[in-house]
Ligand binder design. Structure first.
Ligand SMILES: [Mg+2]
Length: 390
């Protein structure tokens, strides 16, 4: 029988700030993002004043005049994240990272081979994280990913929700929940379903598929499977590097053309960012790898101050990395761009800001290319690549 834990850190950024600075503990604090004046994370003491994410910092201050607003320290969050995953990986090697502060553990093997009770394991992990790192996680323990993930988010903070491994208990847990708990049901689809009279997961499970398809499109079958508690998605062990977006190209002919290489790195980044945005993710770190004609490799990475999902933000970094890494006068055979330190859904409303304008532009370019082909719209580096053959 499968036993899967999903864990999710509570108010992660704010909790890390409180863990790192004891003066902030027990106080209403908000982590405000650099440019936008928006609350990126609020401590539970701040949430008690009605402060949530995303909310303008100015409004949060009105709700709670004692609010302490701290700038984000992403390196610190990444260190805490690595420590939490390190503790999870001591429990079992079967850990799947989902983001900076959440992931799945498959305990099926440890239960069978070591005879360890999954519930005890969950308690132990929760206590370890709390004792050593001074942050809390919430967990769901169930037979499948769907239930464990819902369980980890349902009762926070410091919660442990155990869904007993019996079909009738699982359905009793799942079916009364509102539809937005199903993976793939965002606010728009949830509203659509609601207007069609579908409010609970139980109702979705009973819908004829063609009805559901009219509402949810091609995702309907999967949605109904989830609503019927059918989920055999495996926990896929990931390592730190695996949660990233990489693209590479090996050239037909090795090259020493710096302008070509710079353009190629940008183009590879463009492809990676299209996938990144489709997943609703942001990244903070970009890595470049160069392979010389003699197979020697050089690689390096640089980080932005805060996460982004706009390719323009990393172009200057790519150029710097190329200059720094390419220190042999030898031809290049292959280049690779990798985006890492992934943040889920960090993007925040910034309707009138420059960043939002640049993002809108990136999305518009992407849409035109998808409809009319890559040739329909070219940036300077695409044009350079189109005119030089290597
Ligand atoms: Mg979290």
């Amino acid at each position: 029988m499968r036993a899967i834990i999903h864990f999710d850190a509570d108010a992660f950024f704010a909790s890390v700030e409180q863990a790192a600075d004891r003066r902030l503990r027990g106080r209403p604090i908000a982590v405000g993002s650099l440019h936008r004046g928006i609350v990126a994370s609020a401590s539970y003491q701040a949430r008690a004043y009605g402060i949530y994410t995303p909310m303008p910092v100015s409004r949060a201050r009105r709700l709670c005049p004692d609010l302490v607003v701290v700038p984000p320290h992403f390196e610190l969050y990444e260190q805490f994240s690595a420590n939490i995953f390190g503790m999870a990986e001591e429990v079992t090697p079967a850990v799947e990272r989902q983001g900076i502060d959440e992931g799945y553990l498959d305990l099926t093997g440890t239960q069978r081979c070591l005879g360890r009770d999954p519930q005890e394991v969950a308690h132990k992990l929760q206590a370890n994280v709390k004792d050593w790192l001074k942050v809390t996680i919430s967990q769901g323990l169930a037979r499948n990913k769907l239930l464990s993930q819902i369980g980890s988010k349902l009762y926070k903070p410091d919660g442990l929700t155990v869904i007993p491994p019996r079909e009738e208990d699982e359905l009793a847990f799942l079916h009364p929940l509102p539809v937005y708990w199903l993976p793939g049901v965002g606010p728009t689809l949830a509203r659509l379903m609601q207007s069609a009279g579908l409010t609970t997961i139980g109702q979705v499970s009973a819908m004829p598929l063609d009805w559901l398809t009219e509402l949810a499109g091609s995702g309907a079958a999967r949605l109904r499977d989830f609503a019927r508690n059918r989920d055999d998605r495996p926990v896929v062990t990931t390592h730190e590097e695996a949660l990233s977006y990489g693209h590479q190209e090996t050239f037909d002919e090795d090259t020493t053309d710096a302008a070509f290489l710079d353009a190629k790195l940008r183009q590879l980044a463009d492809h990676a960012f299209v996938r990144l945005r489709a997943d609703g993710q942001q990244i903070r770190t970009v890595s470049v790898k160069l392979r010389y004609t003699d197979m020697d490799e050089h690689q390096g990475q640089m980080s932005l101050n805060e996460p982004t999902d706009v390719e323009d933000d990393v172009y200057p970094l790519l150029s710097q990395l190329l200059k720094r890494l390419w220190d042999r006068r030898v031809r290049i055979r292959m280049v690779q761009v990798r985006l890492s330190n992934v943040y889920q859904g960090f993007r925040q409303p910034d309707l009138f800001g420059v960043r939002q304008t640049r993002r809108n532009l990136a999305v518009a370019c992407e849409t035109i290319r998808r409809r009319h082909g890559d040739q329909a719209l070219m940036r300077a580096h695409d044009l350079l690549l189109a005119t030089r053959s290597h």
